[in-house]
Design a protein around this ligand. Structure first.
Ligand SMILES: [Zn+2]
Ligand SMILES: [Zn+2]
Length: 197
């Protein structure tokens, strides 16, 4: 397998070109071609890049090496799952415990209490953004105007003030929250021993 992967790319030329100028580079195994024309670089660099692309054929390869740790990873990623998680975690701003609810960092498991996160075995959680169902009254009216004659305005409608009032009352009555983990921020889950405080 390693030998097959290291097969040198085939260089394609025009049959009637006396200079035999390289035009395309093809994977020696499956024949996928790579054109130097698609790269924005100096002629020489373009050819080297197309050659590399043919050598490192996406169709033929079964996996990538993680760019950070070198471990095998899915060929649709340049880094393994653990390194991608670590980088996301490193980039997040640490904040103090905000009382919850929490979301497993970079996950979709939610906890109302910090103890639940700790029992789950989580090391890091994210705070949550909370949202409630909302109707945007202006949006609704704009949609209606789109279906009316060209220079129509809300002045051509009846009951607009009542509509705004009804939407406002509807929005204010909503009490079912939805939580979304904010993975730009992180909270360290305290170890069991620290719980006493
Ligand atoms: Zn190939
Ligand atoms: Zn890695």
């Amino acid at each position: 397998m390693a030998d097959e992967q290291s097969l040198e790319p085939k260089i394609l030329i025009f049959a009637d070109d006396p200079e035999r100028k390289p035009r395309l580079y093809a994977c020696a195994k499956c024949g996928s071609v790579h054109s130097p024309k698609i790269y924005l670089a100096l002629e020489e660099v373009r050819h080297a890049t197309a050659m590399d692309a043919a050598r490192d054929c996406y169709t033929c390869k079964t996996h990538n090496a993680c760019q950070y740790c070198g471990e095998q990873c899915s060929k649709s990623f340049t880094a393994c799952e653990a390194c991608r998680y670590q980088r996301k975690l490193d980039a997040a701003t640490e904040i103090p415990d905000n009382g919850g609810p929490y979301c497993l960092f970079d996950g979709d498991t939610y906890f109302m209490e910090m103890e639940e996160a700790r029992d789950f075995g989580a090391e890091w959680v994210s705070p949550c953004n909370v949202s409630y169902p909302r109707i945007d009254a202006d949006n609704v009216l704009e949609n209606l105007l789109d279906d009316m004659h060209e220079d129509a305005s809300t002045d051509d409608m009846k009951g607009v003030d009542e509509f705004y009032a009804a939407v406002k009352a509807f929005n204010q009555a909503q009490d079912c929250p939805s939580y979304f983990g904010d993975d730009k921020r992180k909270i360290r889950v305290p170890a069991r021993a620290e719980k006493a405080s």
